[in-house]
Design a protein around this ligand. Structure first.
Ligand code: CDP
Length: 327
């Protein structure tokens, strides 16, 4: 582990990584990265790398665990063994069980579980590389994966931490700030500003706590914009494809309608002229094996004499006319 830095904030008010005290680390989001998951997201936040996957809603087994009036939500936060400097011991730990529980609860206000009685929605958050703030990064990724899975939600959840170093509050702690700072306050928020996760490690005065909440809320608002942008990029491009396909389909329908009008006007079977028949015959010989003379004659005879047997309104009308004539 790196030694404790002498100062976390320089004389210009900048932190060790050059950020202002109220600045979050750069975040990038990729959606739909796993083909077997119903929804997925790969998120990088500073040096954190998180993969989130959502499966469901699907029937919950064993059945005794089902809730008859709503879906249950399961959340598993896991740190890959290679995600930290000292290898993380594989399997659940007290820390990962606690983070999984509070993270699942963070989604309680938004997931519309009543739509899926007896079902389960599974959320997996895999930390591939950890660099402070992994629980909040995982929640941000899970929120997008849920949206990608099409789970009905009242909005997104955004999460961010505030800490205290050198006696000052700082937004979105870096690794050193997290390890050696005086406080760490991760929060998660709905789009409407409702806090759905709040934890605190360390000490803050009442005033600092209030200020920290404001800073974290502002951080969540910024993250919400990044999340929305990522979703727009994914689903707007999808909409564009659908729109252009719809345009092509409209053009095809228009062309077909014109063709039908032409056929109605020019090729009414009951009104076929000899010339039309010859044209059709030529087209037929052009595109297939040479037609022998007998076949050609059959075809001409058929079109001239047996037009009343043609399926469709013209043939039907001709049949009717024939019947009336016989009577
Ligand atoms: O990651 P988060 O801030 O949500 O949780 P934390 O328990 O405050 O951990 C802070 C950081 O310590 C993590 O992001 C990791 O970088 C590191 N850590 C570690 O190196 N080994 C662990 N077993 C747990 C955490």
């Amino acid at each position: 582990m790196a030694n404790k830095p002498e100062k976390f904030i320089d004389e210009n008010g900048l932190r060790l990584d050059g950020r202002a005290v109220d600045e979050i680390r750069p975040m990038t989001i990729e959606i739909g990265v796993l083909s077997r998951a119903d929804g997925s997201c790969y998120l990088e936040w500073g040096k954190n790398k998180i993969l989130a996957a959502v499966y469901g809603p699907r029937e919950l087994h064993p059945r005794r665990m089902q809730k008859p009036d709503e879906a249950i939500v399961r959340y598993r936060y896991n740190m890959a063994a290679f995600s930290v400097e000292d290898r993380a011991r594989p399997g659940p730990s007290r820390r990962s069980i606690e983070i999984s529980k509070v993270s699942r609860d963070a989604f309680a206000p938004i997931i519309m579980t009543k739509y899926y009685p007896s079902a389960v929605i599974d959320i997996f958050a895999e930390v591939l590389q950890a660099d402070a703030g992994t629980r909040t990064a995982a929640i941000n990724a899970a929120s997008i994966a849920l949206a990608d899975a099409g789970i009905p939600m009242k909005g997104l959840i955004s999460a961010c931490a505030v800490g205290k170093v050198d006696g000052q509050l700082v937004l979105d702690l870096s690794k050193d700030e997290d390890n050696y700072g005086n406080a760490d306050l991760p929060i998660a928020m709905t789009q409407d500003g409702e806090i759905s996760l709040l934890q605190m490690d360390g000490n803050l005065t009442k005033e600092e706590f209030k200020k920290a909440l404001e800073m974290a809320s502002e951080g969540c608002r910024q993250i919400l914009e990044i999340q929305k942008e990522a979703l727009k990029r994914k689903f707007a491009s999808h909409e564009e494809v659908v729109e252009s396909l719809a345009e092509v389909a409209d053009e095809i329908i228009e062309d077909v309608q014109k063709e039908i009008e032409l056929i109605d006007e020019d090729f009414e079977v009951s009104e076929l002229e000899d010339e039309d028949v010859i044209e059709i015959t030529i087209a037929k010989t052009d595109t297939s094996e040479p037609v022998d003379k007998a076949q050609e004659e059959d075809f001409t005879e058929f079109t001239e004499d047996e037009s009343s047997n043609v399926d469709g309104p013209e043939g039907y009308e001709a049949d009717k006319a024939g019947e009336r004539h016989e009577q």
